[in-house]
Design a protein around this ligand. Structure first.
Ligand SMILES: [Zn+2]
Length: 124
């Protein structure tokens, strides 16, 4: 089974979890003036380089490794661009609430891959 090796993210072992907590803040208390504040995670990284709260990011990258980091359509408005660096880019701000959609998208992707393999190599 293929596994994830850091590309743009710092190599292991890491001193800091690379996750970025993103929070939308209203400037001057105005809803029309929103901006995003990125705060680095302060959790202590485990052996895989992510802290206990952000293990789902490692899980995401492991899944990506198994299917080769393709362009993955998550829902009609969101997709992960193909390539390991883009998957890492997504993993550092991957909200755990998105997990169900991601597993569905990966399952869906693997199924269509298998179908293509089956129909692409027909012995007739
Ligand atoms: Zn973290």
């Amino acid at each position: 089974m293929r596994s994830y090796t850091p590309c743009d993210l710092p190599p292991l072992p890491r001193l800091h979890c690379p996750f970025e907590c993103r929070k939308t803040v209203q400037r001057y208390g105005s809803k029309a003036d929103l901006y995003i504040v990125k705060t680095p995670c302060t959790g202590k990284p485990l052996a895989n380089g992510w802290c206990a709260w952000h293990q789902s990011s490692q899980e995401l990258l492991d899944w990506g490794a198994q299917i080769g980091y393709p362009r993955l359509q998550v829902n009609s408005a969101l997709w992960i661009t193909g390539g390991i660096a883009n998957w890492e880019d997504y993993a550092v701000c991957y909200p755990a609430s998105r997990r169900e959609q991601i597993t569905w998208a990966i399952e869906n992707y693997s199924t269509s891959e298998r179908k293509q393999a089956r129909y692409g190599h027909r012995n007739t």
